[in-house]
Design a protein around this ligand. Structure first.
Ligand code: LHQ
Length: 265
C-alpha cells in the first residue's frame, strides 16, 4: 500500500488505515494533489485485505476548509471557460470509493469542516465530532451549491428542510448540535477525541468485516430505492453473510459463552 502522498499522511496499524489531510497552515484546504491522493488511497484501501477500517481526518486544528480558494480568483480572471463539473469528478471518485468500500470508513472531525471537506465527512459511514467541531455548508457564502456528494448525504442525514436551512444560511453547526441533528454519530470532549476514534476504529477493525461490507451495500440500496428492491437485496446479501466464517464463529462463540474472534472472512 502506497503511503507517500503529497498533502496526505497515511498510516496503518492493527487493521486501521488512518488518512490525514495534511495542510494545517490553510486548515487542510483541498489541493489537487490531496484530492488525487484521496481517490487513490481510498481505492487502494478497498482492495487491501489487511485494511479493515479507514479513518479520515485532518492535521492540526481542523478537519478541512473545503476547496482551496486561493486559486479561484485567477481562474475567474482567466479568459478560458471554467468547467467546474469536470474538476468535481475528482471529489466524486473519493465519495464513490468510500461508499463502495466493503469496510467501515469513519470521519474524525476536530475543528472546522467546511464546504467540500464537510461533505467528504458526510460521505463517510460514521462521524465522530470533537466538542470544538464546526460543520459548515459554506457554499452559500461564495454563491455556490453543496457539492462533493453533499446534495445527497445532507438531506438523508438531517432531513430535507434542515438540509436546505444549513445550505442556504451556511451557519456553523457545533459538535454537540451536529450530534443532536444526526450529522455526527457522537460528539465527545476534545480531551477524549483521539481515544474515542482509536477505540471505535479498532473495534470496527476487529469486527465481522464481510458482514459490514454487506451492510453498506444494504444501506446504500435502501437510500436509493424502494422497500421491495431493498428486501430482495437483503435476501441476496444474507445468503452471502450466512456462508462466512465470521458468521459461524459468532454463533459458536455465543453457544460457548465466550467473545467472538472475527477474522474478516
Ligand atoms: C484557506 C481556506 C481555503 C485557502 C482557510 N482555501 N485557504 C467548489 C467549487 C469548485 C470546485 C471544488 O469544490 C468546491 C467546493 C468548496 O469547498 S467551496 C467552499 C470552500 N471553502 C470555503 O468557502 C471556506 C473558506 N474558509 C473559511 O471560511 C474560514 O477559513 C473557516 C470558517 C473555514 C475557518 O475560519 P477561521 O477558523 O477563522 O480560520 P481562518 O479563516 O483564519 O483560516 C486560517 C488560514 O487558513 C488562513 O490563512 P492565513 O494565511 O490568513 O493564516 C486562511 O486564509 C486559510 N484558509 N480556508 N478554503
Amino acid at each position: 500500500m502506497r503511503t507517500d502522498y503529497e498533502h496526505l499522511l497515511v498510516q496503518q496499524e492493527d487493521g486501521v488505515l488512518t488518512v490525514t489531510m495534511n495542510r494545517p497552515e490553510v486548515l487542510n484546504a483541498v489541493s489537487e494533489p490531496m484530492l488525487d491522493g484521496l481517490g487513490e488511497v481510498m481505492e487502494a484501501a478497498a482492495q487491501d485485505e489487511s485494511v479493515r477500517c479507514v479513518v479520515l481526518t485532518g492535521a492540526g486544528r481542523a478537519f478541512g476548509s473545503g476547496a482551496d480558494l486561493r486559486g479561484f480568483a485567477s481562474r475567474h480572471a482567466s479568459s478560458e471557460p471554467v468547467k467546474v463539473s469536470t474538476h468535481l469528478q475528482k471529489y466524486h471518485r473519493v465519495v464513490r470509493a468510500m461508499r463502495a468500500m466493503d469496510k467501515p470508513v469513519i470521519a474524525a472531525v476536530r475543528g472546522v469542516a467546511a464546504g467540500a471537506s464537510c461533505n467528504l465527512a458526510l460521505a463517510c459511514d460514521m462521524r465522530i465530532a470533537s466538542e470544538d467541531a464546526r460543520f459548515i455548508e459554506a457554499f452559500a457564502r461564495i454563491g455556490l451549491v453543496p457539492d462533493a456528494g453533499g446534495g445527497f448525504f445532507l438531506p438523508h442525514l438531517v432531513g430535507f428542510s434542515k438540509a436546505l436551512e444549513l445550505s442556504m444560511l451556511a451557519d456553523e453547526v457545533s459538535g454537540p448540535e451536529a450530534e443532536r441533528l444526526g450529522l455526527a454519530n457522537k460528539c465527545v470532549p476534545a480531551a477524549e477525541f483521539d481515544e474515542t476514534v482509536r477505540s471505535l476504529a479498532r473495534r470496527l477493525a476487529q469486527g465481522p468485516t464481510r458482514a459490514y461490507g454487506l451492510m453498506k451495500q444494504l444501506m446504500n440500496t435502501a437510500v436509493t430505492s424502494d422497500l421491495e428492491t431493498t428486501m430482495r437485496v437483503e435476501g441476496e446479501l444474507q445468503d452471502i453473510a450466512f456462508q462466512t466464517a465470521d458468521h459461524r464463529e459468532g454463533v459458536t462463540a455465543f453457544l460457548q459463552k465466550r467473545p467472538a474472534h472475527f477474522t474478516g472472512h
